[in-house]
Design a protein around this ligand. Structure first.
Ligand code: SAM
Length: 375
């Protein structure tokens, strides 16, 4: 394909599977630059110059699931388990609100027992009460990434958040390839996460008014470009509001070392191509530049923004807990305090010509259009 043909292809709004696969496969630096520029132009044309922060609070590494790729899986007995106190969680959220972040994300391993459900409910109430201010009249926006729960629990958390206009849930389906999904999720001999359950949860989340986000891991050994194309088709079919995708990285705490990992350079390019294609195919959804991008290359997240992402999630977890939340090897910023990291990230985002959407909830434009609200 000539550069002219590629440029024309990148301007299209209706994509065939063949074109998606062809663009995901790009490796030539000039071709990749054309893709990057097209995705960046589309992002800023649709959603302006802002990049939104979600302060990430990894509130517990206790997990009842055994996903084989994950460093905090239940079967990793070498890991010291922690759960933050309510005060610690609220303190981080208040810090984020005071910095102007506009929203936070609470993430943890997989638990659905009443004690945990109640703990999250209390955290949400306390965060709301502590962050309502003149600057944030509805309190800080909340994204939850706490796995499969019942419709009643999702509703209970939505009520406790006190802010349904900036309420989001992120739950990746990891891969749409059923055989690959099963291989990844039969740790300890039994399957816990299932695709069907995740999809059921998306319906319940919509019922309770959440902006729904999902995503996949990119470059899993055995995953094909056609699989990634099917992942994108599923994003479209589910009509999701937000996408969080990152490279698949090997984890010493996982149980999958034998399948290896893609070489860093092609893995990074494939991940960036995937972000760009999702932007071009899906339009005004929020796309996060995953932390895992930075595990491959120091400026990985900035590259994610250059290729069409518009959200980043600075890690706010207290430093003493960071080593306990190593989902994959070489997770970045394990030794940085939130202050240090946030100012460095701000400098880097400014350096690529973008503004941070301070004190804004940064809701998905796709969601705003669907429910008929303006931010
Ligand atoms: N328990 C929640 C859930 O399952 O949705 C949230 C926590 S889970 C640790 C968050 C995400 O980490 C997963 O959805 C997965 O995509 C990502 N993750 C875990 N291990 C990974 C690895 N080795 N490489 C890349 N991403 C990984």
């Amino acid at each position: 394909m000539t550069h002219e043909q590629l440029s024309r292809l990148l301007e299209q709004t209706e994509w065939s599977d063949e074109d998606i696969v062809r663009v995901l496969a790009l490796t030539d630096p000039e071709d990749c630059a054309l893709l990057q520029q097209a995705a960046y132009r589309r992002t800023t044309a649709l959603m302006g110059n802002n990049v939104y922060y979600r302060g990430l609070i990894e509130l517990s590494n206790v997990c009842t699931y055994d996903c084989r790729y994950c460093g905090i899986r239940k079967g990793n007995h070498a890991l010291k388990r922690y759960t933050m106190t309510l005060d610690e969680v609220v303190e981080q959220a208040v810090w984020a609100a005071e910095q102007g972040y506009g929203s936070v994300c609470l993430q943890a391993g997989e638990r659905d027992d009443p004690k945990f459900v109640d703990f999250v409910t209390r955290c949400l109430r306390a965060i709301h009460e502590a962050t309502v201010s003149d600057t944030l009249p509805n309190g800080v926006g909340i994204t939850l990434s706490l796995g499969d729960q019942t419709p009643e629990v999702y509703e209970q958390w939505a009520q406790a958040s006190g802010n349904r206009m900036a309420l989001r849930y992120l739950s990746r389906f990891e891969t749409s390839n059923p055989a690959l999904f099963e291989m990844l999720h039969t740790g300890g001999g039994k399957q816990q996460k299932t695709l069907e359950k995740r999809f059921e949860c998306f319906n319940s989340l919509r019922q309770s008014g959440y902006q729904v986000g999902t995503g996949v891991m990119i470059g899993i050994p055995g995953q094909t470009l056609e699989d990634l194309c099917k992942d994108i088709r599923l994003f479209q079919q589910l009509d999701v509001d937000m996408i969080g995708m990152g490279p698949y990285l090997m984890s010493q705490g996982g149980d999958l070392q034998e399948i290896g990992q893609m070489e860093p350079e092609p893995l990074l390019q494939l991940s960036l191509n995937m972000i760009a294609v999702v932007r071009l195919v899906m339009g005004p959804v929020n796309i996060a530049a995953a932390t895992a991008l930075q595990a491959i290359r120091d400026d990985g997240r900035e590259l994610g923004i250059m290729y069409g992402a518009n959200v980043v999630m600075p890690n706010l977890s207290p430093q003493s807990y960071r080593t306990g939340y190593q989902l994959y090897d070489n997770k970045p910023c394990v030794n940085d305090g939130p202050m240090q990291f946030a100012s460095e990230l701000e400098r880097r985002i400014a350096a690529i010509g973008r503004d941070i959407g301070w004190n804004k909830p940064g809701s998905s434009l796709r969601w705003c259009q669907r429910v008929g609200v303006e931010e």
